[in-house]
Write a protein of this length. Structure first.
Length: 376
């Protein structure tokens, strides 16, 4: 899975910056209410909150560089794609989209002004990218950062556009207590939306967070985010395939889940955690019904702490349906692989997979699960 996002893709920021050093900088602020194209011949500067709304489509060409100006609070620079069409600023029409389709050689890059100017890159230098969709459910509320933007629950197949070969770097701003902009925030986004080959590096909150929705994500790479690397909440029911997480410095859980999420699926996941402040590698956080299907997952827990590889919170309550199939956990201390109030229940599901031919692995004829100490 390390090959999912090629080195060409991961390192393309340097090439893009060099190629666009003489490009015209276009300042963008306020609402985008008509179909608009951003071209690779320009650099686009986000100045405060920019919202694609009123049914407009923002198309971004391969190789385009977008950066956010620094700021906090009401001066934070970030982009919202309001597919739900909220009545903010005198406009109301659903159907806004972002069509950002790069290539491995020419990705679309969202970053900070500091990075564009060649200065030190770091989390928290601008806001991030948020999509408000129409595939909500009763668990999903308005966008926590700006409650003027609320998803609808009208269409599980809703299409908010496409993100393909997109990098989001140096993002994440805390707007208020428990109100943070992530690198990529997906609020009730429908499965008609394409999200493929997206990387999020250096966010001062989560790299990626999903509230509800049914969108499928593939070929996702996250690293160096200060809270969780990947977070699902509020009844998310899509499939995440080919997810690679590296947590080397800072950060809490590599993966966090909360709310009633038994229908979410993770396939082909590789997690390496070398540092964590708390919460373990995979964290079943709170509320009833947390669950999902975990297939072909490798967890490398290189952190010697009390949280272990899979941790549950005291507020978890009753877990939802969970399937482990071909899940490998390696750590220096197998005795702490499962921790928290629901540790025994989770370990029993895992052990049924280890046995093979029964338990959670039976429906797919899974190849069994394994615990290894130390990591190979």
């Amino acid at each position: 899975m390390k090959k999912l996002l090629s080195l060409v893709f991961i390192c393309a920021l340097c090439l893009a910056g060099a190629g666009q050093a003489l490009a015209a900088v276009v300042n963008v602020s306020g609402n985008i209410t008509t179909n608009t194209t951003w071209t690779s011949s320009n650099v686009y500067e986000l100045d405060g909150l920019v919202v694609v709304t009123d049914g407009a489509t923002l198309t971004i060409e391969a190789g385009t560089l977008i950066y956010g100006l620094p700021g906090s609070g009401s001066a934070t620079s970030y982009l919202i794609v309001d597919s739900a069409g909220n009545d903010v600023g005198g406009t109301y029409a659903p159907g806004a989209k972002i069509i950002a389709i790069g290539t491995a050689a020419d990705p679309i890059i969202f970053t900070s002004e500091a990075a564009y100017l060649g200065n030190t890159e770091a989390p928290g230098q601008w806001g991030g990218l948020t999509i408000i969709g129409n595939a909500g459910n009763p668990q999903v509320g308005c966008y926590e950062v700006d409650p003027r933007y609320c998803p609808t629950s009208t269409n599980n197949n809703d299409n908010s556009g496409a993100l393909r070969y997109v990098q989001i770097n140096n993002s994440g701003i805390t707007m208020d207590i428990d109100k943070e902009i992530n690198g990529l925030s997906l609020c009730a986004v429908g499965k008609g939306t394409t999200i493929d080959n997206v990387s999020v590096l250096r966010s001062d909150d989560d790299c990626v967070e999903l509230w509800g929705g049914s969108v499928n994500l593939s070929n996702i790479y996250t690293e160096y985010c200060t809270d969780d690397q990947f977070d699902t909440d509020d009844g998310y029911s899509g499939t995440v395939s080919n997810l690679t997480i590296y947590q080397h410095t800072d950060g809490n859980a590599a993966m966090e889940m909360s709310g009633d999420t038994p229908d979410q699926k993770f396939v082909n996941v590789e997690i390496t955690q070398d540092f964590s402040d708390k919460e373990g590698v995979i964290y079943f956080k709170e509320s009833n019904g947390i669950g999902g299907t975990f297939t072909n997952v490798v967890v490398r827990d290189n952190v010697a702490d009390a949280y272990g590889a899979i941790h549950t919170n005291a507020g978890t309550g009753t877990l939802g349906a969970i399937t482990f199939d071909n899940v490998d956990i390696c750590s220096d201390n197998i005795s702490t692989n499962f921790t928290g109030p629901s540790a025994a229940e989770l370990e029993a599901i895992f052990d049924a997979c280890v046995a093979g031919g029964g338990g959670s692995c039976a429906p797919s004829g899974g190849s069994g699960c394994e615990e290894t100490a130390p990591c190979p």
